[in-house]
Each structure stands twice: as C-alpha cells, then as structure tokens.
Design a protein. Structure first.
Length: 396
C-alpha cells in the first residue's frame, strides 16, 4: 500500500519536474548564448593596445600622418586633417598645384576652408610657392634652385603599374598624395559619405533606360586584359564601346548625358588590378551618371570598403562572362532588383576629399618629413597583379 502510494506520488511529481528541468535547461542555454555573444561583442569593441597607445600618444587628437598610425587603424585620416585647429597667428600660404597643361593658368583664393590660402597653377609662381603639389611627369619643370623651405607634395594618380620609376625624387619629396592609405594625404577619387538622416524617397526612377552596357575607353591594351573580357561579354549582351577603342569618341559632357539617359550598366574597368586602386571610372563615370558600375580592378573587399552599399557588380563574382551576362539580363527585366542598386542614393552621397584645404591647414604646423627612397615606397609593395601582360607605361 505504502509502495503504491509512493509510486503514485512519484508519478505525480516527476512530469512536473521534467518540465521544470527542460525550462531550466532552455533558460540556461539562452543565458549562456547571451553571455557568449556579449563576450564576443566585448572583444570586438575593446580597442587594441596599439589603438590605446596612440590615443595616449596624441593626447586625444586623431592621427594626421601615417607614421602616427602605422597599422592604418584610423583609415584615410581625411576627417582628422580637415579638423586640424591651428594655434597662434595664421598665415596665408601660396600653394602651387599642377593641372592639365591645357588648363588656363591662374591664381585663386581657397575659400571653403577655415584658413585662406592662395592656390595657383601658374608656372611663374613655381619658384616662390610655399608648397608644390605635382605628379611625376612634372620633373622637367621643377626648378633646380628650390627655395629652402618649399615643401614638395608628390601626387600619384596612377597605380604603381603605370607609374614611372621614381628614383629621381628620392630625398626630395616631403609628402605623398595618392589613393593609398599609407600616403600622407590620402586622395581617393571619390568618398562615400552617409547623410546624417536618410532621404525619404529617391529623386528619380532609374529603370526607364533602354540600352544595356556602355564602356568608354581610350587604351585598349592593358595588363588586366579588360578588353578581352568586354569583347567576350559582348557575345551574350549588348556592349557599346566608345572612345579610342570603340566606335565613337565622346566629350566628358556628352558621355555624362549618354550614360544618364540611355545605359543601364557601365564597365568601370580599371587599367590595372591593384589593391584599393579605384578611380574616377567608378566614382565619376558610373556613380555620378546613374549607371550600375560593373567593376574589374581592385579586389571586391576594397570596393566594399570604398563604395556606397550595394552599388556595384564585381566581375570576380561570376565564373564567366556568360554568367555575368545572364545576371545582367535578369536585372534588365526586373525593375525592382535593378533599382536596388541605387537605393544608396537615399542614404549618402559621393564627396571630394578636399585636398587643397587639408594641405593649407597642414602648412600652419608642419611635421618635418623627407622620403629618402621614394621609388621603394611606391613600387616596393606587392599590391598589384602584374602576372597577365607586361605593363605598358602611362596607360589611362
Ligand atoms: C623637405 O624636403 C627637403 C629636401 O629634402 C628638406 O631639405 C626639408 O628639410 C624638408 N622640409 C621639411 C619641413 O621636412
């Protein structure tokens, strides 16, 4: 009798206990998952030792030059350079900047900057300028009797593949300007800057265009075989080629109109495949003209870092030209999917890096510097794929 009662009692208790223990188990599981998540978030958000050391070293000020941030943890340093607050009395310096030879020679006041500097592209002012910003081809115009305090900023617009040997500049250049983050003044061809508040709607619809792929190109033979790729792609989808290698040359203005009104896609193919080398072909030709850029050049990760969200199609994502064409054709028939590539225009815009103003602010309190081995600094890093064809010099 007692035995039976005991059994009944046990049966009455056990199911409940089992339920409780399942709940406890579930709760414990949830709790531990949460703790693991919190732990990893903690790891992610804990600044590295170097980061902390730099914070201390610069007393709260963000790094201005790359040697202040050797691991480039702070990115392009553009905001920090624009935010420099000079102390003491301010000077208006004269900055010479080399422009296209057919640009009119003139002088202008740098407004849109907290400090006013004079800018010029006049040869007559080369000798007296406080700072000179020029590209490697300027070498013949540089005066031999350089003013003692004149600062030289070497601007590198091409990738290392298409830049001549820089040995003549060894020991002469003070600061570098290029798309690379290890440059003193990082000058990307465009910067994606998010708006403080997203816009409610897109300004215009994108899908009314009638033609498929356009490409404007003036140099047909490049190290990355972009022409061969385009020709193969053209077997599967319409590709209209303009410029020296195509059927018709277009002015910059005509090109803008044609792309904006007619074409759905643009081949923003760089002339060389180098890390972070993303040029005006992407930012200006494609993004500004409301065509989806199909990109070839830097690795996809670099584009993801520099480009607006969901704004491009990278050729590396497709096994073949045919597969890419299939995807493009899908987009031409699906308005919603096509327009998704322009959704970023609600979220931010492309801006200029404002190099002249950064240089002007920097001149107020320079950190002395000389590149003893300019050639090694630019060409010594393995960051380009030279493997395909021998590089042809000076290719646009
Ligand atoms: C700039 O470079 C020149 C040439 O090497 C050098 O004499 C001068 O000291 C440098 N200026 C600064 C501020 O580093």
């Amino acid at each position: 009798m007692l035995h039976q009662m005991e059994k009944a009692a046990t049966e009455a208790i056990y199911p409940a206990r089992r339920k409780v223990s399942t709940r406890v188990l579930l709760f414990a599981l949830l709790l531990s998952t949460l703790m693991v998540m919190l732990y990893f978030r903690h790891i992610e958000s804990t600044p590295s030792l170097e980061y902390v050391q730099h914070q201390v070293k610069f007393e709260g000020r963000l790094p201005i030059l790359p040697e202040e941030d050797p691991h480039l943890l702070y990115g392009d340093r553009i905001e920090a350079q624009l935010a420099q607050e000079p102390e003491g009395s301010l000077h208006s310096y004269l900055i010479f900047q080399q422009f296209d030879d057919n640009t009119e020679q003139t002088m202008w006041l740098l407004d849109q900057c907290p400090i006013k500097c004079m800018m010029t592209n006049m040869d007559a002012h080369i000798a007296s300028a406080d700072a000179m910003i020029f590209t490697p081809d300027f070498i013949d115009r540089i005066p031999l009797n350089r003013r003692q305090h004149q600062l030289w900023f070497l601007q590198l617009l091409e990738s290392p593949v298409n830049t001549p040997n820089l040995i003549d500049f060894n020991g002469k250049v003070n600061y570098t300007v290029s798309y690379r983050w290890d440059s003193d003044f990082v000058a990307p061809y465009g910067r994606y800057v998010p708006f403080a508040k997203p816009k409610a709607v897109l300004d215009k619809a994108m899908s009314r265009k009638k033609k498929n792929v356009a490409w404007v190109v003036s140099h047909c033979l490049t190290a990355n075989r972009r022409m061969q790729y385009a020709e193969k792609l053209a077997k599967y989808i319409d590709v209209d080629i303009y410029g020296e290698c195509g059927k018709q040359t277009l002015s910059q203005e005509e090109m803008g109109k044609v792309l904006q009104n007619d074409y759905k896609f643009y081949l923003a193919f760089e002339n060389s495949n180098c890390n972070n080398y993303i040029t005006e072909k992407f930012f200006e030709n494609a993004l500004r003209n409301d065509v989806i850029p199909i990109v070839m050049g830097a690795p996809k990760e670099d584009y993801l870092k520099a480009a607006p969200p969901n704004s491009f199609i990278h050729v590396d994502d497709y096994e073949s030209e045919e597969q890419l064409a299939t995807y493009l054709k899908f987009l031409t028939t699906n308005v919603y999917a096509y327009n998704e590539y322009f959704a970023w225009k609600r979220l931010g815009r492309i801006e200029d890096s404002n190099l002249p103003c950064r240089v002007c602010l920097f001149l107020q309190q320079v950190s002395p510097k000389v590149y003893e081995d300019m050639e090694e600094w630019w060409h010594g890093k393995k960051e380009c794929m030279y493997n395909i064809e021998p590089p042809a010099p000076f290719i646009q």
